[in-house]
Design a protein around this ligand. Structure first.
Ligand code: 15L
Length: 266
């Protein structure tokens, strides 16, 4: 029987578009899904258009796949009414549709904003406490906890990627700690897909940054070997110094600018 495709949600987004051809090249078959048509399709791709907040539509996207890379979400801080359908209901829909269709492996795009209110002087690992820095961060913490529950109750295999700043290049002083290059993102996602020992894993989505605040060493079951380092851009980024106010939440805490939102009103 022919191998079933892997499903990528959020396939029309920047990270999805970058990953697609590389995933197809490695795994042969990819089903891409988004609420807008993620066309044009490449060789090896099939598409199911689905609004993540509709269980019926998500279920159609999930049926007949063998693993899910769940990147579909509202991807920045927003009001609760925006986060709820896309990130809370949507994430439930993906896990529950996976259970009904017998798909056990989910790679969940969490975010550094699930731990955004940790001080930048700390070093975090897989066991560090969640400390969301807004509704978006809460939704990512929720997605991690749903994953944990589906692992323990239903035997899922879930990797939660606390993605830092996934960008072609780091652009500001914070990124020297949080940057995740696109090639390293691909290495991370494929290491999770290929792991033969995955149960529940929390990994920081970061490159091999010299100034990193995070540590993935407690997750040896995922053989992630990042190759890029934000330090290569440090001289350029810091050419006019680091002019951030050390007292601002955006400087003190890992989540950066998200930590300033509403904080200063209290
Ligand atoms: C994220 O999770 C967001 O999706 C992205 O837009 C950035 O804000 C990034 O985190 C970051 O913290 O740099």
């Amino acid at each position: 029987m022919a191998e079933k495709p892997i499903l990528l949600t959020g396939a029309a987004g920047a990270l999805g578009r970058w990953l697609r051809p590389r995933l197809v090249e490695k795994y042969g078959k990819l089903r891409v899904s988004d609420k807008i048509d993620p066309a044009p399709l490449g060789k090896g791709e099939e598409s199911v258009v689905a609004d993540i907040s509709s269980f019926e539509q998500v279920s159609r996207a999930v049926a007949g796949t063998r693993a899910i890379i769940h990147f579909g979400a509202y991807s920045i801080e927003a009001k609760w009414e925006t986060i709820l359908p896309a990130n809370i209901v949507g994430t439930y829909n993906v896990y529950e549709a996976a259970r009904l269709h017998g798909v056990k492996r989910i790679i969940f795009a969490s975010s550094n904003h699930a731990i955004g209110f940790h001080e930048t002087t700390e070093k975090l690992d897989a066991d560090s406490l969640q400390k969301p820095d807004g509704y978006y961060g809460v939704s990512k913490a929720f997605g991690e906890n749903m994953g944990s529950m589906y692992v323990d109750k239903f035997g899922f295999e879930v990797a939660c990627l606390r993605i830092g700043s996934a960008l072609p290049e780091p652009k500001d002083p914070r990124h020297l700690s949080t940057w995740l290059s696109y090639p390293d993102l691909f290495r991370l996602v494929t290491a999770c897909l290929d792991s033969t020992r995955l149960r529940f894993a929390v990994l920081y989505g970061m490159s091999r940054n010299k100034r990193s605040w995070w540590d993935n060493s407690k997750v040896p079951e995922v053989d992630y070997r990042p190759e890029d380092n934000a330090e290569d851009y440090a001289a350029q980024i810091l050419s006019h110094g680091d002019n951030r106010d050390p007292k601002l939440p955006s400087t003190r805490f890992m989540g950066g600018p998200y930590c300033d939102i509403d904080y200063l009103k209290r």
